[in-house]
Ligand binder design. Structure first.
Ligand code: HEM
Length: 484
């Protein structure tokens, strides 16, 4: 090849020899004055950033969102206004518990994080492929995740810890039932739905709000993996899902999802039959039917995994005008957790990296910090208020005022019904699906060390549906509870 570029050091100087270190004589030792060698080794030592504390293993892709149904009567967010409006996006799918190099075909929820590069700044939906979650207060999250990760003594996964936590946290039952069902191991990342899971608030240009939930429905259809095949693939090709997504996009077989929303009038939240901000529950689609909003297509692979997938930072608090938080206690905790994780994992200036940078100019008074790689605002005014024409707030973009009531206190949710929706889901399954669900649960609970944990958990299954609890108890060779 002609016109090869000179190899240079990071400071741009041409490198004379990239194969032989400078040595004293042919045998050595090596001289410390070989600064190219020193820099090469030192930079290599710093190639890793901390992996995500959860959702470490992931695959990403770029794509486009197109509005197919105008919902501007509910939200002023421009990305959702005007049929035909197109917005570029980046998505990252992930497993939750495993490390960066762990196998794709494990039983785990799949992260479904979408960054829309809208004309009003970035908007992130950081959801999962399940509509609910295991817990409903952020204060329980670190304990929950500890049980999903490795035991500090053995460095092994610990089923006793997993079921101990779940059996003591019956609000997890709905999500546990989904996770242990066929949907716990999707066939590919293309064959699974995505959900915002939490309730969010939409506000229109008159300042009127509604509660909203997001549903991404796969156009590829739902397909799940047989457990034996999944186990085989985990050994033979731990990157099976990553490879499938990359290859599909590379050959032009672009995966797509329809985006729907459920919309609830604000006032219904006070009278609905359960707390609509409880992320362990779904809203009935009979009460709040799915309304089409648009279509997401993935059509471009990242050029560089580290730059674009590993350094991508998503936060459920990355809002644009017209989309706001709800009082969901889990969501409220997440509004802090993600930005904090990004500042630790990628740095205070993570939003300057190309994959995270908004497509619109970001104008603010943030300055300096590690790895500030742009012009750092040059000589422009660096404080506010000022007399020098710096960027100013736009009062029409204030958060919509909302009422808060009640006494500040450390109180739980107002419902202990962890059983109705989990039971409804169980009853909805076919006979074969029920059998596979029970077999999976029995297999997962067998290694649990304490019988009291198994009995406590069986009690929860029984309360969801006596048949559910009975079959798990029988599978484990334990006594069937006498009453729900
Ligand atoms: C990633 C915290 C609940 C979906 C993360 C990360 C943290 C975190 C710290 C790593 C972020 C990073 O390093 O970039 C929490 C806390 C939760 C919670 C404290 C509860 C209070 C949830 C829920 C969902 C979810 C309910 C889904 C509905 C995700 C996804 C990612 C993630 C998809 C990966 C984002 C990416 O691809 O970069 N979470 N999480 N999390 N979380 Fe959560």
């Amino acid at each position: 090849m002609t016109n090869k570029k000179n190899l240079t050091t990071s400071w741009g100087a041409p490198v004379g020899d990239n194969q032989n270190s400078i040595t004293a004589g042919q045998r050595g030792p090596v001289l410390i004055q070989d600064v190219h060698l020193l820099e090469k080794l030192a930079h290599f030592n710093r190639e890793r950033v901390p992996e995500r504390v959860v959702h470490a293993k992931g695959a990403g892709a770029f794509g486009t969102f197109e509005v197919t149904n105008d919902l501007s009567q509910y939200t002023k967010a421009k990305l959702f206004n005007g049929v035909g409006k197109k917005t570029d996006l980046f998505i990252r799918f992930s497993t939750v518990a495993g490390e960066l190099g762990s196998a794709d075909t494990v039983r785990d929820p799949r992260g479904f994080a979408v960054k829309f590069y809208t004309e009003e700044g970035n908007y992130d939906i950081v959801g999962n492929n399940t509509p609910v979650f295991f817990i409903r207060d952020a204060i329980k999250f670190p304990d929950f995740i500890h049980t999903q990760k490795r035991d500090p003594r053995t460095h092994l996964k610990n089923p006793t810890a997993v079921w101990d936590f779940w059996s003591h946290s019956p609000e997890s039952l709905h999500q546990v039932t989904i996770l242990m069902s066929d949907r716990g191991i999707p066939a590919t990342l293309r064959h699974t739905h995505g959900f915002g899971s939490h309730t969010f608030k939409w506000v229109n240009d008159e300042g009127k709000g509604v509660w909203v939930k997001y549903h991404f429905k796969t156009e590829q259809g739902i397909k799940n993996l047989d457990v034996n095949l999944a186990a085989k693939l985990a050994g033979e090709n731990p990157d099976y899902h990553t490879e499938d997504l990359f290859n599909a996009i590379e050959k032009g077989d672009f995966p797509a999802w329809k985006l729907y929303v459920q919309i609830m009038p604000l006032e219904d939240a006070d009278t609905y039959r359960f707390d609509p901000f409880d992320v362990t529950k779904v809203w009935s689609q009979k009460d709040y039917p799915l309304i089409e909003l648009g279509r997401m297509e993935l059509n471009r692979n990242p050029e560089n995994y580290f730059a674009e997938v590993e350094q991508a930072t998503f936060s459920p608090g990355t809002f644009v005008p017209g989309i706001e938080a709800s009082p969901d206690k889990m969501l409220q905790g997440r509004l802090f957790a993600y930005g904090d994780a990004h500042r630790y994992r990628v740095g205070a200036n993570h939003n300057h990296l190309p994959v995270n940078r908004p497509k619109v100019e970001a104008n603010n008074y943030q300055r300096d910090g590690f790895m500030r790689a742009d012009d750092n605002g040059k000589g422009s005014v660096y404080y506010e208020p000022n007399s020098f024409g710096g960027p100013v707030e736009s009062t029409e973009n204030k958060v919509a005022p909302f009422e808060v009531t009640g006494q500040a206190a450390q109180v739980g949710h107002n419902s202990d019904d962890h059983y109705t929706q989990a039971g409804d889901l169980y009853r909805l399954l076919s006979a074969e699906e029920k059998t596979r669900l029970v077999e999976t649960i029995v297999g997962a609970m067998k290694p649990v060390e304490l019988e009291e944990i198994k009995l406590r958990q069986i009690g929860h299954f029984y309360k969801a549906d006596p048949e559910y609890g009975t079959r798990v108890a029988e599978g484990l060779g334990l006594a069937v509870p006498q009453e729900a």
